[in-house]
Design a protein around this ligand. Sequence first.
Ligand code: PHE
Length: 369
Amino acid sequence: MLCGLFFSGCKKKDSAGNPDEIVIGEFASLTGATASFGQSAHKGVRMAVDEANANGGVLGKKLRLVTEDDQSKAGEAATVVRRMISREKPVAIIGEVASSRSLEAAPICQQNKIPMISPASTNPKVTETGDYIFRVCFIDPFQGAVLAKFMLQRGWKNAAILTDVKQDYAVGLTDFFKDYFTKNGGTIVSEQSYSSGDKDFKAQLTSIRSTNPEAILVAGYYNEAGLIASQARELDIKVPLLGGDGWDSPSLVEVAGDAMEGNFFSNHFSAEDKSPAVQDFLAKYKAKYLESPDAMSALAYDATMLLFDAMKRAGTTDSAALRDAIASTSGFPAVTGNITLDANRNASKSAVILQIQNGKFRFVETVAP
Ligand code: PHE
């Protein structure tokens, strides 16, 4: 009895078997190259769990969050998710941000029939893994078209592309961008690639410069995007650089400084959105963490709250019933926009375009699906 009330103080050998609590799993890149993704997502998940526990838990039970760090490393997501499933027996798993790491873990969750909800992985293949795999964000065929359309509207018809070929996200985004751009009057004048972790992009940028693009798509994550922006400046490339959601990190500007000014990226969320859902979240988040949330924290909070909503609707955490309840999510009021999951377990939501101005991410426009 005491354990039920004060479960956090109880030392149980087999906590996975504690009938008074529900175990929620999370895997995230808390350290390593894209640590800011994992840190932000974790804060969002933590906030949702704390909030639910403060309100008495879910289905009369307290929630216990188990988080594993995949260190931003290829191969590690599969290892930590396998371990978490066998040791902790979570009823569902939240993760990951990076598509390649979600793709590693998804088959393991599918095999074990544990619902996995990715907050932010946008590559279509993630949810194609199977019927236990969900996401609460839009997918890259949409994001690629949003970026292509934005360039064409600005009159930038000749684009160059620089892609991180080590990330499924970047490779997919490039393909979907190219498809829309070239079908709608644009020309790709140069296609270059790099690998996550690279530091020197001068050869690719020099080659891009010789083709005189009007804009450059940098499909990849924030660290390399920051370095690319700096080196583009050094090479006197003055045209705007554009990125996708993978640019979203405070480190983007820390790495690049002034060289990022004026560039654009598409994202899931803008902290400048005046909607009560966003402003309430912002206030709660700032009070808890003394910093502003980014897209990952908002999406991870949404993914976790959506999971709790499904548990309540299912009236149980049993695997098949919980899966069905998540799958039938409709009009769930989330911070990043209402979420209805389609037959492919994806969400159809608006994107925003942001511009870096004085080191801040300023809202430019919303693009509906
Ligand atoms: N969409 C990226 C991916 O699939 C991850 C990401 C989402 C990064 C949101 C930043 C913000 O890999």
